[in-house]
Design a binder for this molecule. Structure first.
Ligand code: SAM
Length: 389
């Protein structure tokens, strides 16, 4: 792969110029180094699995309108490395489908031709804020969402026409306009206008269907996540007739794959919209043995009367809060599968769980984000004592 032309300015790909097989070796070593640093012992290291494709793997990009230099021409893309105010146009990013780059260029040109100003983070004046593109990996469906303030009119029908006339390889299913008048540098949705088509795209993971709406969380590298889920679920011995908790379940992708084999799968997630999406996706898949509860894992576990036989956790980057971890460990289930997106917090959590009697049976790393610093891991922990007397 050629070195990306944006690599000097864009901070996303820190492994540019390093052959892919070397990148994954480095990442695998880093996971083990962090575990060893926290004195976590493990029975088996199962290696690191590379992404099925190291390029064009991202199914979502959130681009920002701005300028690279003060009062310079309008740009659309990512923040310049280490700079809050400066935006660089990343129209040749290698991590996305070429349609994303085409849409980015065409949107920038459309807005320049219309004379639309970008929204200034400091003065809070201007129209254009973000462009969000999402794609279904297995369905090739594209959802385009332009985010503006409400300070002046945006030519929605002209934008739709322009997008529809692009030689896109994927199938356009919706063009949206999100109105965001919040002063924070974050995409809030004050109002969602469907300019054309629908406000969601569909995805398939391990034979299950998912409707992904404009703002729902969804795993970014679908081909890699399928491998990771397959591995995680295969580690659990015998789910037949069992109750499994999927903690930090997001939109319930893992919960549903577990429900295919378990008697009951209960997902807990703090973001209510994600829980609503999880419920409707389970209904779409005809699964009636899934339950989703909105709330903080720490609080919800106290209210639940059902006891789990197996627990799967997939916490955010900060890891599991020690108070929630105490409750998880106190169930004393024989098997816990820990899916982690941050080996540092993973090592801290495992060190605690080890102290309370769990054994790390296996560690496997996954590179779901080639060229970036991120690495995922799947850990199987077992407990031989009996806390449920
Ligand atoms: C790494 S993601 C897991 C994604 C999920 N497995 C999926 O595929 O959709 C972590 C999730 O934990 C949720 N979360 C963060 N803190 C939480 C808490 N205290 N209690 C419950 N959920 C929480 C986040 O909203 C996010 O959806």
């Amino acid at each position: 792969m050629e070195i990306c032309k944006h690599s000097g300015d864009c901070g996303g790909c820190i492994y540019q110029g390093i052959p892919y097989r070397d990148q994954i070796v480095l990442k695998g070593k880093e996971v083990l180094r962090l575990l060893e640093e926290k004195k976590v012992t493990y029975e088996k290291y199962l290696g690191i699995e590379g992404s099925p494709t190291p390029v064009a793997y991202r199914n979502k990009m959130e681009y920002t309108f701005g300028d690279e230099v003060k009062d310079g021409p309008m740009t659309l893309g990512m923040h310049k490395k280490g700079r809050f105010m400066s935006i660089i146009t990343v129209d040749e990013c290698q991590l996305v489908d070429p349609d994303f780059n085409l849409l980015l260029d065409a949107t920038l040109q459309f807005c320049n031709e219309k004379g639309y100003p970008f929204y200034h983070k400091k003065s809070h004046n201007g129209l254009m804020r973000n462009l969000i593109i999402r794609k279904g990996e297995h369905t090739s469906e594209l959802l385009v969402n332009v985010v503006t303030s409400s300070q002046s009119d945006f030519d929605g029908s002209g934008f739709v026409k322009m997008v529809q006339n692009l030689p896109l390889k994927n199938k356009l299913v919706g063009v949206l306009q999100t109105i965001n008048d919040n002063v924070a540098d974050f995409v809030y949705c004050d109002k969602l206008n469907i300019l054309w088509g629908q406000d969601y795209y569909t995805e398939e993971i391990m034979g299950l269907k998912f409707r992904v709406s404009a703002f729902s969380f969804f795993q970014t590298n679908v081909l890699a996540i399928e491998k990771l889920y397959t591995e995680a679920i295969s580690l659990i011995k015998d789910l037949d007739g069992k109750t499994v908790f999927d903690l930090y379940c997001g939109t319930g992708t893992i919960t549903q794959t577990l429900a295919l084999r378990a008697n009951k799968a209960i997902g807990i997630e703090i973001v209510e919209e994600a829980v609503e999406a999880a419920k409707s996706n389970a209904a779409l898949n005809g699964l009636d043995n899934c339950e989703f509860i909105a709330g903080d894992v720490f609080e919800v576990l106290d209210q639940l009367e059902t006891l789990p036989d197996v627990i799967v956790v997939d916490p955010p980057r900060v890891g599991i809060h020690p108070k929630a971890l105490e409750k998880i460990v106190n169930y004393g289930v024989k098997q816990i599968v820990y899916i982690s997106c941050n080996p540092k917090s993973l090592a801290e959590n495992l060190s605690y769980m080890q102290y309370y009697g769990y054994t790390v049976k296996s560690v496997k790393a996954f590179d779901n984000f080639p060229f970036t610093k991120h690495v995922e891991s799947v850990i199987l922990m077992t407990y031989c004592g009996d806390k449920r007397k």
